[in-house]
Design a protein around this ligand. Structure first.
Ligand SMILES: Nc1ncnc2c1ncn2[C@@H]1O[C@H](COP(=O)(O)OP(=O)(O)OP(=O)(O)O)[C@@H](O)[C@H]1O
Ligand SMILES: [Mg+2]
Length: 270
């Protein structure tokens, strides 16, 4: 059960303020969708949660403790493209995700440990719908299959936090719907808190428990570079979804497409 606490976070690159005084609390097992205009700092925010980037001021706590300085197996990530290794097969890619943390020098497990990891990898490949493709190389997979593989690779490491940077942005609508179903299943079955950047509001409300919009202040356009993005909207998705309760309603119902604000009386009485 992993909570993320972001406290007065500022991120600057030279003179440019990218993120300005971001304060957010993510509950354990929440599924947060992050939206906002291009360049407002969404990827930067994810990279900070991955420890690939440092904060200029402020702090990030994971379960109340300062975030590790280095990326670790506790945080998995899937990008829009190129998350998988092209020179390894599907099985090789998923297996490597298990082997690297346990055998960091050789990247290989041997004997019973390898056998067990391979069994686990095969089960996961099956679960993400890639059964039968385990010996193929990524170049022989469709975009949707590659993202299924990237998800399997991330999940194999049993992350407590899964970070997704527009992972489904390049997929056709039909394929996207299928992979949304898979994503929902993984979120329900794995003990993880998810933060997903997306450009697609419909996708955000289809999957998330909470939708957050970053935006830069617009009041003084000539000074925009001097303002970073702040939290412009923070919407609890309603009806509420709870991880591990697959019966919680899906978002394919257009009547519940718009979501509700935090001050919505319907939420207060929940
Ligand atoms: N390593 C870096 N050095 C300097 N500037 C950077 C660096 N990384 C990001 N930036 C700047 O920070 C701002 C935010 O970039 P970021 O990639 O986080 O935006 P984004 O919201 O993910 O955009 P998009 O929706 O297009 O992916 C941009 O102006 C970008 O040029
Ligand atoms: Mg980005």
């Amino acid at each position: 059960m992993t909570a993320i606490s972001v406290q007065h976070l500022w991120k600057e690159y030279g003179d440019q303020i990218v993120l300005e005084d971001i304060c957010l609390e993510f509950a354990p097992r929440s599924f947060v969708a992050l939206v906002g205009p291009s360049g407002c700092g969404k990827t930067t925010f994810l990279r900070i949660l991955l420890s690939e980037e440092s904060v200029t001021r402020g702090s990030v706590l994971i379960d109340g403790r300062p975030i590790a300085r280095e990326p670790g197996a506790d945080r998995g990530v899937v990008f829009q493209r190129y998350s998988v290794f092209p020179h390894l097969t599907v099985l090789g890619n998923v297996l490597l995700a298990a082997e690297l943390p346990r055998a960091p020098l050789t990247g290989r497990l041997f004997g019973a440990a390898r056998h067990a990891a391979a069994e686990e990898a095969r089960a996961l490949i099956d679960e993400v719908g890639l059964a039968g493709a385990q010996d193929k190389y990524p170049a022989a997979l469709s975009g949707g299959m590659q993202q299924r593989l990237a998800l399997a690779q991330a999940i194999m490491r049993k992350p407590r936090i899964l970070l997704l940077d527009e992972p489904f942005g390049a997929l056709d609508p039909g394929i996207r719907a299928d992979i949304h179903t898979l994503m929902r299943k993984l979120w329900n079955s794995c003990e993880m808190t998810v933060v997903m950047v997306t450009h697609d509001l419909r996708e955000a409300f289809t999957l998330a428990t909470r939708v957050i919009a970053f935006e830069r202040r617009r009041d003084r356009p000539e000074e925009r570079a001097r303002f970073g993005a702040t939290v412009a909207r923070d919407i609890d998705v309603w009806p509420r979804r709870i991880a591990g309760a697959p019966s919680s309603p899906g978002r394919d119902d257009p009547a519940i497409e718009t979501g509700h604000g935090r001050d919505d009386p319907a939420l207060m009485s929940a």
